[in-house]
Design a protein around this ligand. Structure first.
Ligand code: SF4
Length: 217
């Protein structure tokens, strides 16, 4: 179903907008649409009006055919030929206790943005919220591999991309930047080269079996 939702989004994408950004948003939206519970905009880290604007700009066919009163997740599943049994029971998502953390991450990203652009702000919010997950960041976002993530960071936040000269895992790298900015030192070793945790920060971010089809759930 994740692939079907991705296909529905991309088949109605706005050809005037960059394919790479449409693909990134479609992957993230289709991934979050698979969660049993929770508002999709909250899962993405976007306000409802931001997600509506994103749909209008990148996926206008979906935006035009959907009633604003309808749950986005229910709509996406039905548009893709499936059914989705919402388990939210009308409850609103609780505000995350980690809002301050995501705010710091968004600021870190936007301080290094390539240009002032709403799409870049949406990408920053989605990346920052993805950092709250437990897996590699590219997995928590629903991307197909680490390169997808590196590409979007390079396009929207080139200052951060080129600063990661050691190819540190992105989630680790973002938090390391926040620690450095706050002059907080959590590392036990004097340098990465002699650190016992080197593999945790710089090891490969592969995940065998993880791809768009395997992630359909
Ligand atoms: S490898 Fe060790 S020293 Fe380097 S950032 Fe990671 S924890 Fe800190």
């Amino acid at each position: 179903m994740k692939t079907a939702i991705y296909d529905i989004l991309m088949s109605g994408r706005n050809p005037d907008e960059a394919f790479s950004d449409a693909r990134f948003f479609a992957l993230c939206i289709s991934h979050r649409a698979m969660a049993r519970k929770g508002n999709i905009s909250v899962a993405l880290g976007l306000e409802i009006r931001q997600l509506s604007h994103l749909f209008s700009r990148y996926f206008p066919r979906i935006a035009a055919s959907r009633s604003t009163a309808q749950c986005t997740k229910v709509y996406l599943h039905s548009a893709a030929g499936g059914t989705f049994l919402c388990q939210c029971l009308g409850k609103k998502n609780k505000a995350s206790a980690r809002n301050e953390e995501t705010g710091d991450l968004v600021k870190l990203l936007l301080d290094q943005r390539a240009s002032v652009n709403q799409a870049t702000e949406w990408v920053a919010a989605i990346l920052a919220t993805g950092c709250l997950g437990d897996d590699h960041l590219w997995q928590d976002l629903g991307l197909t591999n680490r390169e997808d993530l590196s590409d979007v960071i390079k396009r929207h936040f080139p200052g951060l991309y080129f600063k990661n000269t050691g190819n540190m895992k992105w989630k680790k790298f973002f938090y390391k930047q926040l620690c450095d900015q706050a002059e907080v030192r959590l590392c036990q070793a004097p340098s990465c080269n002699v650190c016992n945790d080197y593999a945790q920060c710089f090891g490969p971010e592969d995940a065998s079996g993880w791809n768009l089809l395997a992630a359909q759930g």
